[in-house]
Design a protein around this ligand. Structure first.
Ligand code: SAM
Length: 227
């Protein structure tokens, strides 16, 4: 039994790979893990450009730190997928960006493997790449490296991370935007941008060094800092 874990890219439906499109089309069931209790899902909007909604199976995984609840949900979803597979259905599940980076797919994949289901990953364009290319800022040039971090909760940690590499990317900035702004004041980097909802209709880019910043943190925002 094999299922596919598909990366959908950052939001623009044209940034899906040809392979991902083919597997979506060939699947009988496309599982969309959804964290919004009202059922809103950017992933669903993307795949509706390629497949009929009758193939989509939405499954709610709440944004919570309750590990038991999350474990129960992933296990239940893995068992649902196994049932479909054993009925001979072709199943795939999708995630925004790349499936191996801060993604629900990582947890689901673990559960499926324990149920002896083989998982094949189809890479997606990560928001890390989408942000750097949109900004036209190289992530690294010869002899350099770059760091990608989940936005820390303390300014000290953020400063430490920025100082480690020529380029630093912070994901999941969201409500920790004030920490980022504070860290930038301390480091005075060459450039610091925040990109919000890349590839979507309300995409926006903020130049954090020149006073540009959203009034409050927004979900789906990523920062690229050049020291
Ligand atoms: C749960 S992680 C998923 C990352 C995803 N797997 C990837 O490879 O981009 C969500 C975080 O990714 C970043 N992100 C994903 N899509 C984005 C987008 N369209 N615009 C800006 N940031 C995005 C944000 O930092 C967001 O908080």
């Amino acid at each position: 039994m094999t299922v596919y874990s598909i990366g959908l890219g950052p939001g623009d439906h044209e940034l899906l790979t040809i392979k991902a499109k083919r597997i979506l089309e060939e699947s009988d069931i496309v599982v969309v893990p959804q964290s919004d209790s009202k059922g809103r899902s950017v992933a669903k909007e993307i795949i509706l450009n390629y497949i009929n909604k009758s193939k989509i199976f939405m499954y709610y995984i709440p944004m919570t730190n309750d590990k038991e609840e999350l474990s129960r949900r992933y296990q239940e979803l893995a068992e649902i997928i196994r049932r479909h597979c054993s009925e001979g259905k072709k199943v795939c599940y999708v995630t925004m960006g790349d499936p191996t980076i801060y993604s629900t797919s990582n947890y689901l994949t673990e559960r499926l493997k324990k149920l002896n289901i083989q998982v094949k990953h189809i890479p997606g364009i990560s928001s890390v790449n989408a942000a750097s290319t949109l900004l036209g800022v190289p992530l690294c040039i010869k002899g350099e490296n770059f760091g990608v971090y989940e936005m820390p909760s303390s300014t000290e940690k953020a400063v430490e991370f920025i100082n480690r590499h020529p380029t630093t990317v912070f994901m999941k900035v969201d409500r920790r935007l004030p920490v980022l702004i504070e860290a930038i004041k301390k480091v005075s980097p060459r450039s610091a941008y925040l990109a919000k909802r890349l590839g979507l209709e309300d995409e926006e880019v903020y130049d954090l060094l020149n006073g540009g910043a959203p009034k409050e943190g927004v979900y789906l925002s990523i920062a690229v800092i050049k020291k």
